[in-house]
Design a protein around this ligand. Structure first.
Ligand SMILES: [Fe+2]
Ligand SMILES: [Fe+2]
Length: 449
């Protein structure tokens, strides 16, 4: 764990203390307790999400939310009381952008910090913890804006009940506290939905709502792909179907897998005819150039894809998928062609730039990409032919150690193979002919052909 994470609780405490004159003994207590809570939260998040290790934007965005949350919560509670506490707002923003562990973490951190900050007010702690837990449950599977409003409705009812009971727990409740507490989640939900696109654009960390918008085939990059490289566009849709089904089966993020698959070959818009799926005339431009140049052109679709991902502010995991979907695999065809010209040529000169997949969805897309290409070349389309091809491709990539950092287990691979076979069979289902014998048996049983 980096020493930098120690800075965040200090900044959060400093932000909270902007509101009140600093009391040294309280300040020390706040720093000690909030640092301890933050260390636990950080450990929880870093151990559960690979993205916090991959890109600094995750850590920076989370810490910014935490510091702003400390400042806003202390200012609002000091001025309006805990009924309008902003803990739900920041816990909700973090669960929409990150994983639920981080949302609970931010909520718990802010609740504890505000509890210490406002003279160990047990009510603030109780309310903050309940808000954070309910936010992490109701916002876990949000795919549409309306889901945020539904969460706000549930939270509003909980707040109204909680503040109605305040008179029994604390002994007193203000005249406006119950209606303000009930209105708070709705006000927060409007702010959350208003802020989300700005945060997504700035941080390149997207909520499911933002990912669904990127999966819209009207996105300018996907339109460009469909016009310039229609073969790649079709291939990407097939990869998306395979990857989504496999991710769903092993409990990975199926929405991320689908949307990332749409964009994985976006770099092919630059020189589409150099890729086999776009060679409709039957002419292969690689025939007229050296294998070394072909290798550079193949590498370029990965590098240019990353350039486009950054230019169009695509999510960080999608840029990772673009970079990782070929890992460091060897371009065997051009390597063999080069060996005919120069027997001393090294395999390493014909590798994709990588890196290897660093999270499950990225590993799934690498497999789906290779399986989709292999399934197109299949002569026969029986279940056993498809299964043996899928197994050969998946276990080949596993044997090349391309999946070592992806987090995929052997059990995951078995499930992914099953799912790939099922999806490919459904693609070709209408083309499969019944053997003569079974047609006769079906006819005898009165089943229509
Ligand atoms: Fe590719
Ligand atoms: Fe591909």
């Amino acid at each position: 764990m980096s020493w930098k994470v120690f800075i965040t609780p200090l900044l959060a405490v400093a932000a909270a203390n902007v509101v009140f004159p600093v009391n040294i003994s309280r300040l020390v207590l706040e720093i000690l307790i909030s640092s301890a809570v933050w260390m636990i939260v950080n450990y929880d998040m870093l151990s559960k999400s690979p993205f916090f290790r991959i890109h600094k934007s995750y850590v920076a965005t989370l810490h910014t939310l935490l510091i702003l949350g400390s400042l806003a919560s202390s200012a609002v509670i000091a001025k309006f009381g805990s009924a309008l506490s902003t803990i739900y707002l920041f816990a909700a923003l973090s669960i929409l952008l990150f994983e639920e562990a981080s949302a609970r973490g931010i909520g718990v951190f802010l609740s504890v910090l505000m509890f210490v900050h406002f003279n160990e007010d047990i009510w603030i702690l109780l309310e903050g913890l309940i808000m954070s837990i309910i936010a992490s449950i109701t916002l876990r599977y949000v795919y549409r804006r309306i889901d945020v409003l539904k969460s706000a409705l549930i939270m509003s009812i909980v707040q109204a009940v909680l503040f109605s009971m305040k008179v029994f727990i604390i002994g007193t409740v203000g005249k406006l506290e119950i209606p303000l507490a009930a209105a708070n989640p709705f006000i927060s939900s409007i702010i959350i939905l208003g802020l989300l696109p700005y945060i997504e654009y700035a941080s390149r960390i997207y909520s499911n709502i933002g990912l669904i918008e990127l999966g819209n085939l009207n996105h300018p990059l996907l339109k460009l792909l469909s016009m310039k490289a229609p073969g790649t566009y079709h291939h990407s849709s097939m990869v998306a179907n395979l990857a989504e089904a496999a991710a769903e089966r092993i409990g990975a993020n199926s929405l991320l897998a689908r949307v990332a698959a749409y964009y994985h070959d976006i770099g092919k818009v630059k020189r589409p005819v150099f890729f086999i799926e776009n060679q409709f005339e039957g002419e292969n431009p690689h025939d007229g150039i050296s294998p070394f140049l072909s290798h550079l052109i193949l590498d370029e679709h990965v590098k240019y894809g990353r350039v486009l991902a950054r230019k169009y502010r695509l999510p960080i995991p999608i840029e990772c998928v673009i970079a990782e979907h070929h890992g460091t695999r060897v371009q065997v065809f051009f390597y063999n062609k080069a060996k005919e010209l120069d027997p001393n040529v090294s395999e390493d000169d014909f590798r994709y730039p990588g890196p290897k997949p660093r999270f499950k969805e990225s590993g799934i897309i690498m497999l789906a990409d290779a399986v989709e290409a292999a399934s197109r070349a299949l002569k026969g389309k029986t279940h056993s032919q498809i299964r043996s091809t899928v197994e050969e491709v998946v276990m080949g990539i596993f044997g090349e150690k391309q999946l070592d950092s992806s987090g995929l287990t052997l059990e995951d691979l078995e499930n992914i193979i099953d799912e790939f076979v099922r999806v490919i069979m459904s693609f070709y289902h209408h083309r499969i002919e019944y053997p003569k014998e079974s047609i006769e048996v079906r006819a005898l049983n009165g089943v229509k052909k």
